[in-house]
Every structure is written in C-alpha cells, then in structure tokens.
Design a protein around this ligand. Sequence first.
Ligand SMILES: Cc1cc2nc3c(=O)[nH]c(=O)nc-3n(C[C@H](O)[C@H](O)[C@H](O)COP(=O)(O)OP(=O)(O)OC[C@H]3O[C@@H](n4cnc5c(N)ncnc54)[C@H](O)[C@@H]3O)c2cc1C
Length: 411
Amino acid sequence: MSSGSGVVVVGAGQAAVQLAESLRDAGFDGPVTLVGDEPRLPYQRPPLSKDYLAGTLSSAELALRGERFYVDQGVELHAGRRAVHLDRGRRRLTLDDGTELSYGRLVLATGARPRPLPIPGGRLDGVVNLRTIADAEELRLRLRTARDVVVIGAGFIGLEFAAVCRTAGPNPVVLDIAEQVMGRAVSAPTAAHFAEQHQRLDTRLLLGRAPAELVGKRGRVTGVRLADGETLPADTVVAGIGVLPNVELAEAAGLETAGGIAVDEYLGTSDPAISAIGDCAAFPDPRGTGRIRLESVQNAADQARCLAAALTGTPRPYTALPWFWSCQGDLRLQIAGLSTGHDRTVVRGEPDKGFSVFCFRDGTLIAVESVNRAPDHMAARRLLAAGVPLTPEDVAARGFSLRAHLRGARV
Ligand SMILES: Cc1cc2nc3c(=O)[nH]c(=O)nc-3n(C[C@H](O)[C@H](O)[C@H](O)COP(=O)(O)OP(=O)(O)OC[C@H]3O[C@@H](n4cnc5c(N)ncnc54)[C@H](O)[C@@H]3O)c2cc1C
C-alpha cells in the first residue's frame, strides 16, 4: 500500500503494538493509529497470572512500550476509546466519543474476553475473571483477606492463578469438568505431572466435577454448589473457563467469521482493506486442518510481523510454528508445536529433574512439551520449524539427545 494511506488498528494489545513497531521498522511512514478501550498504555497479559499477581512486577514493567515509543514512532494512541461502528463503504471507523477515523487499511486486533460461566450466580460480588490489569488488581486485593478460594477451570490461567494463590493467599480448590488438567492443550503425561505437583502442594483438585450454581448472601458469593450436590465454601471464585474472540464489530460490518474473524493465509478478511491478527483471528492452519485460532504472545506477535511485511510490500503466508509457555510455581512448561490429535508420546528425562514429552501423529513429530528443560524447547522449535524428521524410535533410543540430533541435521 502507498505510505500516504493510514493504518488504523482496533485493539491496543500485544498484536497491535507489535504491528505498529514492525511497520515502522519496515520503513512505513504513513499514519499509524491504535484504538484501545482500556484506559492505559498497552500492556502484556502473561504476568497478570504470574509475577504481577504475585506482586513482584510493577505496572510500569507491565507496559509493552513506554510512553516515548508512541511519540518517537509517531503512533497515535487513542487509549480508553472503544470502536463502535465500522462503515466499510466509506472506510470510516467511529469511536464511542463520536470521533471518526478514516483508514487506508484497517486491522482488527480486538483480542478475546473471558467466557462467562454458564451457571447461575456469575454476577455475585467475589466472582472474578483474569483477563485485564483491573482484574489482576482486584484479585491481588482480595487475596489479602480471602479465606476460601475456588478456581473454576484447570486450564493455564486457573492453574497459574492457583500457584500464586498458594503463596499470596489461602490454598485454593481447583475444579474442572474435564478429567485432565490443561485438557485441550497438553498430553496426558504432562497433565498428570502438573496435577500431581499441584496436589503435592495441597491444592485440592476436583477433576470430572461440574459446578451447578454459585450461591451467595446479600449479593456476595459464599459457595460453589456442584452438580453432585457438594457445596464448596467460597468468598472468592476465579473463573477460568476459556475465552470468546471479540468478533462483534467485524460481524456487524458483515465480515465473515468462523469461530473468530475469518482470515486467509495472508491474514486478510473477506474485505480486501481489512486484516485481522492475534487472539481474534481464525486463520488457515498450515497443517491443513482447517481454520484455527490461537491465544498466545507468539501468535499475536508473529502475525503482526507477517502483516507488517505484507503491508510494506513483501507478502508471505503466515506459517510460523506455534509455541507457548506457562509458569506454575516451580514448574515451567514450554510447548513447541500443537499436540492436538497426537496418537503416541515418548517421554525423555525425569519428573524431578525436568523432562520433555514428544508427541507424534502417524509417526510424525508434531509437538514437544518441555517441563523445566528449556534447552529441549529451544531445540524443538528449530527442529519442528525446519521439519527435521524424528521418529518415536529415535527418541526412545538410549543416549538420544535432541540437540545432537539437530546438530546432525545441520539446521
Ligand atoms: C492472564 C493471562 C495470562 C496469559 N499468559 C500467557 C502466557 O503465559 N503465554 C502466552 O503465550 N500467552 C499468554 N496469554 C495470552 C496472551 O496474552 C494473548 O494471546 C495476547 O495478549 C493476545 O494479543 P491480542 O493483541 O490479540 O489481544 P489483547 O492483548 O487481548 O488485546 C486486544 C485489546 O483490544 C481491546 N478491544 C477489543 N475490542 C475493542 C474495540 N471495539 N475497540 C477498542 N478496543 C477494543 C481489548 O480490550 C484489548 O485491550 C495470557 C493471557 C492472559 C489473560
């Protein structure tokens, strides 16, 4: 696109800020405008359930870039403003204060919001999500006086919160309707190890148990009633049952959605002047499984870089290898690739010293989950990105070393 036409980004989170920076790095000198509905400098979310919640990271350290970045890079930031209407015909975006912005290219980086609890009582005082800095601040305050904490959802965020809660508040109870922790995202050996470690540290894990209702008195939550009749006492309930992509603006403007804002491999939506990146975008899985949506810093940042390249004249399809991490107390989990659909695992290492789970589908390596084994993770990312062949037999062989295998493949 010509540098005279401006890029307007809806959402001012991880993906939006990376896009602004990458556009400038690539020499784009047209106007760049970010519109974000949170009234502060754009910030990183991962520490909200880790160091920031634990009180070991300040809000200044949470910011993705300092205030000077926006001034020096000529990036106009509308913080605390919500985009409420999109007129695709006139290429105009309306904000909640009536401001109209015209664009040459619009980028939707609207992220996702917590999935509401599908049971009665979700609006009682003491029931909190963990998505924004405001949520984390509220939880930090509540943990000072909380006596009974229940976490609904044993996913990454629920378990990260549980680990911090153990040190900054009472031992929580974590419940999940699934039989396995982090069910959607990790293999059985990894899940079993994490469940064991949380229980060893006196976190009560209730798996395969469904909440039926949040009960309360005078508007405040007092307990979680389970479907089997047991009621857990609770003055604080953290809901971590996943997110919903923010697609409403796109939908109202008639853009195609498919479990997220539908984009092609170049991250373009059904309107050639509009792209979508980050948590809100449903993009074609390079492995050919259809459209997928990922919720990670890697995905938000790499899609932003890919789009910046396209907007400055070097388009390439988005094929970056997904990777993730999660910190739960002393456990650091790093995942390279997507393990969905794996049919075989091979474990290397030892539970108390660090280990990696190699996940295969039809004999092909698709993901490596490393627990307290960072060098394996870094090697696995290179190996998977380069498509170096590795069989379950290779991994199971005595003396196997991932790094040596990688060196042998010369990637
Ligand atoms: C507690 C927590 C811990 C996490 N930990 C990890 C981790 O350890 N590792 C990892 O890889 N990922 C982690 N993630 C996920 C990661 O933070 C997200 O994948 C990433 O922030 C996505 O970036 P994004 O720019 O797509 O969306 P976001 O960062 O969510 O930004 C989107 C912004 O757009 C705003 N917005 C939405 N609609 C509008 C509108 N109409 N007008 C204006 N603004 C709008 C939203 O309010 C939000 O501020 C974590 C997330 C959370 C919540």
